[in-house]
Design a protein around this ligand. Structure first.
Ligand code: ATP
Ligand code: MG
Length: 347
């Protein structure tokens, strides 16, 4: 059973004359085996019909061979999801040459956002999509290390646009290759915004299906620059199983919701460790954090990535695990994540 099949089924459900998917009422979808977890985001005007819509969705999915779990939330405020919420009087810009933009974020630092963003971008390319990665972390860009880009140069095209670096089948741009390591960066406010503008709009992205954007920790400047100025089609949030991470990650989810950016799901990173000697599973960083977040927000957990020695050593060596070991448990988790993202963003 694939995410795409479930989506096709959901498209046959009509609400107010429009199909459920293009109406923007589908908050999230997660498919695992024959289980399909659906969260509907319905406007307050449809409150009275919510149960009937839920039942219709369940029925269609069952007819299609799925075991559905359907929930709904009533959105306060106005639908639909894809509205322009940029600075007053301005509409959001689309990044030229890019079909869909996906932000990878977390309210918390060090949970593995960059690792997830890098492996997701490479996994999307393995699935046959044209994929790119933009490292939006001005102050601590780590993508150049994770992809082994040290020493690479960024060239400028004839029409004076940046040419992304090609690595592992993806197109990449990071402040890490534009700013020398020992140069202190003191950009803020308007300057930072300008730097984004230059990089995002003046890069010759070559006809990308998806541009993955690795956001820095927190919910500060760069998130706002990105999300208010440009169309962002979806976000995924990364967390660890520790419950202490929850408040920060919750803030990040709420932030995206406020900006009307659909949060596709949660990635629980460093979820467990499998001892190679005994095969036993250890929950080194605790258990249940992502599920708890999911319960509070209605946003599904998309994958759980185990703690894997190769994820960190490969990261240091500039070789993503999904490239070197696509069949390892962490490699497979990233491929599954890519499949879900493809289903949600591109069908
Ligand atoms: N599943 C994993 N197994 C083992 N190590 C991991 C895993 N995920 C991430 N790491 C390691 O954890 C460290 C932090 O990861 P990463 O830089 O991706 O986090 P981040 O959230 O982007 O951090 P920052 O907040 O600084 O941007 C890195 O050394 C990385 O190699
Ligand atoms: Mg990072």
């Amino acid at each position: 059973m694939s995410t795409r099949k479930a989506l096709d089924i959901l498209k046959t459900v009509t609400v107010g004359g429009k199909d459920l998917v293009s109406s923007g009422f589908l908050g999230s979808l997660s498919v695992e085996g024959d289980r399909a977890e659906v969260v509907l985001l319905l406007p307050a005007t449809l409150k009275g019909q919510a149960e009937a819509i839920k039942t219709a969705v369940e029925k269609r999915l069952i007819e299609g061979g799925f075991k559905p779990e359907v929930r709904y939330r009533i959105r306060e405020g106005k639908p639909p999801l894809r509205v322009n919420v940029g600075p007053v009087g301005k509409t959001k810009k689309r990044i030229p040459g890019v079909k869909k933009v996906l932000a990878v974020a977390s309210g918390k630092g060090g949970v593995g956002k960059s690792t997830v963003a890098v492996n997701l971008a490479v996994a999307l390319s393995k699935l046959g999509l044209k994929s790119g990665l933009f490292d939006a972390d001005v102050y601590g860009p780590s993508v150049s290390v994770l992809l082994g880009l040290e020493g690479e140069r960024v060239y400028v095209t004839e029409d004076r646009r940046f040419k992304p670096i090609e690595k592992y089948g993806i197109q990449v741009l990071t402040f890490g290759v534009l700013v020398k390591e020992d140069t202190p960066i003191l950009w803020r406010g308007a300057m930072l915004h300008k730097a984004y503008e230059e990089l995002l709009l003046q890069t010759a992205w070559g006809d990308l299906d998806v541009l993955v954007v690795d956001l820095p920790p927190g919910t500060g400047d760069s998130h706002l620059s990105l999300a208010q100025g440009y169309e962002v089609d979806g976000a995924i949030v990364v967390t660890t199983p520790q419950t202490v991470a929850i408040a920060d990650v919750l803030r990040a989810i709420k932030g995206f919701e406020k900006l009307e950016i659909p949060v596709l799901g949660i990635v629980e990173n460093m979820a467990y460790f499998v001892c190679p000697d005994s095969g036993r599973r250890y929950h080194i960083f605790g258990e249940g954090g992502a599920d708890k977040l999911s319960k509070i927000t209605g946003v599904p957990v998309l994958v759980r990535v185990p703690i894997d020695e190769y994820v960190s050593s490969g990261g240091d060596a500039g070789v993503p695990v999904v490239h070197a070991y696509p069949d390892s448990p962490s490699g497979r988790a990233f491929l599954k994540l890519a499949d879900t993202v493809r289903g949600r963003l591109l069908s």
